[in-house]
Design a protein. Structure first.
Length: 310
């Protein structure tokens, strides 16, 4: 599951983000067929490395997020986990912790986003810690030169925290609901002494994976328009050059002039239509199709191995 999410599906994340920030694009890539075609074109012209760019920085951002969350929860009364006897105060503190974590990781997320969308044609070989260096530079106002259109971090704080908290809330609710339904269905088939250990182990572990898959899918689909707005705000003014997602070759500059979240929403709606918020959505379909395939393959292999052992 972790391998699929962070490695195998990374080309889908690269294409998805490039489509989201490409306001020039005429092809919105709403279906998986056009996304697969453009992946092939980019791979053919730039090599496979172009589809896995920025993967190291995404791991760094995840590490910073987890580390920040742990440190804040240690030195503040904000709970990292909710107990079974939760109340509104605990929920508020827990969501505040999530929001603060995303805000602190925000400059590093911006640097990682640039690495994943920057065209391989004009990109220098980045170091493994360039994401950290550029994130710190964004905070202190030093490092890579940016244009005057660069939005201050304060403008990015609300949309970043909103997206992070909503994604967590939606995925948590869906995960618990799916897990409840699956365990209720499995309770009708309680293992007996004659049942194999294979089936009981499958029943124990795979509902967790399925619930996690469903939670991520629902959150990504429901928040896709907000994610498009967020990525455009983060990328503005960074002098980033992306691949032409209409052709699969050539490059395009990002020269947007959004004043903030509301202006970005209104501009996309006016100039690109409502479907403009869903540019690159075909990559999400490809990404979660890969998840389903890997889940099924894993289950088959797992069952076969356990049956052979037993």
């Amino acid at each position: 599951s972790l391998f699929t999410e962070n490695v195998l599906a990374h080309p889908c994340i690269v294409l998805r983000r490039q489509c989201q920030v490409n306001y020039h694009a005429r092809n919105y890539h709403l279906t998986p067929f056009t996304i697969v075609n453009i992946m092939y074109s980019i791979n053919k012209t730039q090599g496979p490395r172009a589809l896995w760019k920025g993967m190291g920085s995404t791991f760094i951002v995840q590490g910073i997020t987890l580390g920040t969350e742990g440190i804040i929860s240690e030195f503040t009364p904000l709970p990292r986990e909710l107990s079974h006897k939760w109340n509104l105060k605990q929920i508020g503190g827990h969501l505040l912790l999530k929001g603060l974590t995303h805000v602190i990781a925000m400059p590093f997320y911006s640097a990682s986003l640039i690495e994943t969308v920057q065209s391989e044609i004009i990109r220098d070989n980045p170091g493994i810690l360039d994401c950290v260096k550029e994130g710190i530079g964004r905070v202190v106002g030093m490092g890579v030169p940016h244009s005057k259109r660069l939005l201050p971090l304060m403008v990015l704080t609300f949309p970043t925290a909103l997206h992070g908290v909503l994604h967590y809330v939606i995925s948590s609710i869906v995960q618990k609901l799916v897990l409840f339904v699956l365990k209720r269905d499995n309770s009708h088939n309680l293992p007996t002494e004659s049942s194999t250990s294979v089936q009981s182990m499958l029943d124990a572990y795979f509902p967790e994976l399925i619930a996690s898959f469903a939670a991520s899918l629902c959150a990504d689909v429901m928040l896709y328009p907000l994610e498009t707005v967020l990525h455009r705000l983060h990328i503005q003014g960074t002098r980033t050059i992306i691949d032409n997602t209409d052709l699969g070759y050539e490059v395009l500059p990002i020269n947007t002039q959004y004043e903030g979240m509301r202006d970005c929403i209104n501009t996309i709606k006016r100039e690109e239509g409502m479907l403009g918020f869903y540019k690159g959505f075909g990559a999400v379909i490809v990404q979660y199709t890969l998840h389903v395939a890997v889940l099924q393959l894993t289950k088959i292999i797992y069952s076969t191995l356990l049956q052979n052992v037993s």
